[in-house]
Design a protein around this ligand. Structure first.
Ligand code: ADP
Length: 531
């Protein structure tokens, strides 16, 4: 498998020789029928009933008529985001079949029949991932014969190098360039220098200490009369651990003596508030392919609220006022757990869709906020595209092997400008409330459907996804055939996108071309195709 082959035929015959699945497996896969996804099944009578129940619930967030209207409006939001799907039938390339996944029901009592699909964890098992895969007929594997590899940690290079084309791993190499707080800031700062500050002005100004201490002190000197406030975070930490907010430079200097390196950012002290509470957004983002680059945003996500009323003059040490992490606020006496996923705007955690409707009803231009969020997602990913692309070329055998799920944390200020706080490498898939199960369960089922897992009987079919990244495949000679294949692959993926909305490529891809370190031929192909 490791020797590069000259043509697709060579590769296919090599694969067929060594790894042809036995006929028994093929038979099983044909018998296996996946249940239809349950998204979009909300019925009008149920909603009506919920509205009646709603009026009886004491609500900290003003029970008013608007809320009732908003819930009714939620009927419309079950629709798929609008996608631009073109007709590729004229290419006369047969459609590839892929598995579709239903969301996890939350059951702890799953009977798994061995139908030949296996998953493997590279870190401790995650209940949601395990439950969802098992309910969809996957079994945990102890050997190498797995289809899907899930890990909340980085993946070892020997896992990448030995992948078959049908295998999927849930991280791209070098994604940490975007998910480590210090590296993310370094990469975006580089884009600010190379492409204009104004175009990448969506992260708070940040310093990595102690390395940038003298630069930080110089900059502080220039603005000290405005009494700047800083938020300081240990560079490799999460869940609000070790964070402090201060306007005293001495507090930051004191940290110099500790061994930890700190990320110090300007504090955004005028956040948009709802019911006087600060909140941030957890946006799910997927990269399904790096070459060509394909980026998706999930239509739903979470809004996480602080649990004490916001006041920029309040003692900055009060974490329940200034931090919006669930892990921090769940310990507050004011924390209100959401008990009913259909009432997704009650309590300290809302669904993203509920938040958008709330903003709309309050005449806040949520569409503009989300357009800006989509723009910052594309730009952030472009800032690390080259690093990931090169790492894949070196370590990953096939274009189809990797996908990634990221959690973008976004804070919106009172001028409706979204600020990127951080990108999570392995966004929490914990189920602490029924709302988590609903949103994360549907998101994950849609993700597994999106990434395109082929049925057993198709694993070794003749297909251009079997061209190895480092093969001597003559792209020039087969250019037309290969380009048609890429378009077909991209369109088929879009048809499987369900709750995922594709951000890139799109009909406005060309405005981002200048930000790429290199204009890859396959990105150019899709850019022209969607123009
Ligand atoms: P962690 O990885 O520890 O969760 P984050 O960067 O997500 O660290 O920050 C934790 C919380 O602190 C955020 O959810 C947000 O509420 C608040 N926060 C972070 N950075 C800023 C900032 N620059 N301005 C205002 N609030 C911030």
């Amino acid at each position: 498998m490791n020797s590069p082959s000259d043509s697709i035929d060579d590769i296919i015959s090599l694969l067929n020789k060594h790894y042809r699945p036995n006929s028994n497996q093929e038979q099983q896969s044909q018998q296996y029928q996946r249940p239809k996804p349950s998204i979009g099944n909300v019925m009008l009578p149920q909603i009506k009933q919920q509205l009646n129940v709603l009026s009886a619930i004491p609500n900290t967030y003003n029970n008013n008529q608007d809320k009732f209207k908003r819930k009714a409006a939620s009927l419309n939001r079950q629709q798929q985001p609008k996608q631009q799907i073109k007709d590729t039938n004229s290419f006369q390339i047969p459609m590839t079949r892929y598995l579709t996944f239903k969301p996890y029901s939350g059951s702890t009592d799953i009977i798994i029949n061995d139908v030949g699909y296996y998953y493997k964890f590279g870190s401790s098992p995650i209940k949601l991932v395990k439950g969802l895969l098992e309910e969809n007929g996957f079994k945990e594997s102890n050997d190498k014969n797995w289809t899907l590899y899930w890990s909340s940690c980085a993946i070892k290079s020997e896992i990448y190098t030995n992948l078959f084309a049908y295998q999927k791993v849930c991280h791209f190499p070098k994604s940490y360039e975007m998910t480590r707080k210090d590296l993310m800031h370094r990469n975006i700062s580089k884009m600010q220098i190379n492409h204009g500050f104004i175009n990448f002005n969506f992260i708070p100004k940040t310093y990595i200490l102690p390395a940038e201490m003298s630069y930080f002190l110089e900059e502080h000197e220039k603005i000290k009369n405005n009494n700047p406030v800083y938020i300081c975070k240990p560079h490799a930490s999460s869940q609000g651990k070790g964070i402090f907010i201060t306007d005293k430079i001495q507090d930051i200097l004191n940290k110099q003596n500790s061994n930890n390196s700190y990320v110090v950012s300007h504090y955004i002290d005028k956040p948009l508030l709802i019911n006087n509470l600060k909140f941030d957004l957890r946006i799910y983002v997927a990269i399904s392919c790096i070459n060509p680059l394909r980026i998706y945003i999930y239509q739903d996500g979470l809004a996480r609220f602080a649990t004490e009323a916001y006041n920029s003059d309040s003692v900055k040490q009060n974490r329940f006022v200034h931090l919006t992490n669930y892990s921090v606020n769940k310990d507050s006496p004011n924390f209100v757990a959401n008990q009913d996923p259909t009432l997704d705007y009650l309590g300290s955690k809302w669904s993203l869709l509920a938040l958008r409707e709330y903003l709309k009803l309050n005449k806040i231009n949520e569409q503009q906020i989300f357009e800006r969020i989509e723009d910052l997602i594309i730009k952030t990913i472009i800032s690390v595209e080259s690093a990931i692309f090169q790492a894949c070329e070196m370590n990953v055998p096939f274009r189809s092997n990797c996908f990634s799920l990221f959690g973008f944390d976004v804070l919106v200020d009172s001028l409706l400008k979204p600020w990127l706080l951080e990108v999570n490498f392995s966004p929490s898939l914990n189920i602490d409330a029924p709302l988590d199960l609903k949103i994360k369960g549907e998101m994950l089922a849609d993700l597994f459907t999106l990434i395109g897992i082929v049925p057993l009987d198709q694993r070794f079919s003749q297909d251009l996804s079997y061209v190895r990244n480092q093969s001597n495949y003559d792209f020039k000679k087969h250019q037309q055939e290969f380009e048609k294949y890429i378009i077909k692959e991209t369109e088929e993926e879009l048809k499987r996108s369900r709750g995922w909305k594709r951000l890139y490529p799109s009909d406005s891809s060309s405005k981002y071309t200048k930000y790429f370190e290199s204009d890859r031929p396959l990105n150019a192909l899709l850019r022209n195709y969607y123009k």
